[in-house]
Design a binder for this molecule. Structure first.
Ligand code: ADP
Length: 260
């Protein structure tokens, strides 16, 4: 990833981190967290980078489950939280700090102060890249994160469905408004691959994401199929790039990691 890229932005980066990229989606449930996790692990294992993963989805933190991490982070002598590591990636999530079933019923300012702690209150050390699993949508939190951290770029995840692509456009426009470069669009759940006959079914339509990317001048980074193994490996905390590294999905994630 290109270093720096601050340009005329007034935002500040986090000490010791070369690049910060956001994985975003206009809608929830399209596979943003799954993509963020698999890309972070691919960047660490395949691209041999020092990688951090920040769960900024404060209302629905899923990184602890997806990365099979639990417990509370320890604090160092500077009172900074030490991130937790699995699959070669250093992780931080609000999920480590609150109970598993506790609802997060915070208003905007509390969310922002929590995110401040989860970014600058963490002893990240020297990282090549910090991947941020953003909250879904284009609200205040997303805007503030984009402006306060010096994001090198944003990746947009969408399903091929029109209704998701409309929101993906909104997400892309939000980043453009605050001058964050868009690294590209990833189509998740592009087709269903039957585990028996391997035939492909385009449940959510076909070609829409590529067309949207073209229309909006974004790079189309690749397609991830809808596969049982992606879901089951995620639930077990062993992302598909680790559990089935030679699968088509893992290869697609590795290719995207090499391109960003
Ligand atoms: P988001 O972060 O956008 O809310 P998640 O990454 O949490 O979405 O994914 C929502 C659900 O869909 C999860 O259960 C996840 O395992 C599943 N999922 C995501 N992508 C795929 C895929 N390509 N194939 C199968 N299941 C998927």
């Amino acid at each position: 990833p290109a270093s720096g890229g601050g340009g005329s932005r007034k935002s500040a980066s986090i000490e010791g981190i070369k690049d910060i990229i956001a994985v975003a989606s206009g809608k929830g449930g399209v596979g943003k967290s799954t993509t963020a996790v698999n890309l972070a692990v691919a960047l660490a294992k395949t691209c041999k980078l020092k990688v951090g993963l920040l769960d900024a989805d404060v209302y629905g933190p899923s990184i602890p489950t997806l990365m099979k991490l639990e417990g509370k982070p320890e604090v160092n002598e500077d009172m900074k939280m030490i991130p937790m590591k699995n699959h070669d990636v250093w992780c931080m999530s609000i999920g480590f700090l609150i109970g598993k079933d506790a609802p997060v019923v915070w208003r905007g300012p509390m969310v922002m102060s929590a995110l401040e702690k989860l970014t600058r209150g963490v002893a990240w050390g020297e990282l090549d890249i910090l991947v941020i699993d953003m909250p879904p949508g284009t609200g205040d939190t997303q805007l503030t994160i984009s402006q306060r951290l010096r994001l090198s770029g944003a990746l947009i995840v969408s399903t091929p469905q029109d209704i998701a692509l409309i929101d993906a456009r909104r997400g892309a426009n939000m980043f453009r408004k605050v001058q964050i470069p868009i690294l590209g669009l990833i189509e998740n759940m592009s087709c269903f691959k039957c585990p028996h006959c391997r035939e492909k079914t385009y449940i959510f339509g076909h070609g829409g994401a590529r067309k949207t990317a073209e229309e909006m001048g974004m790079e189309f980074l690749g397609e991830i199929p809808l596969e049982v193994e992606i879901r089951s490996s995620s639930d077990e905390g062993s992302p598909i790039v680790v559990s089935a590294p030679s699968s088509e999905a893992a290869e697609a994630y590795n290719e995207i990691a090499q391109r960003v």
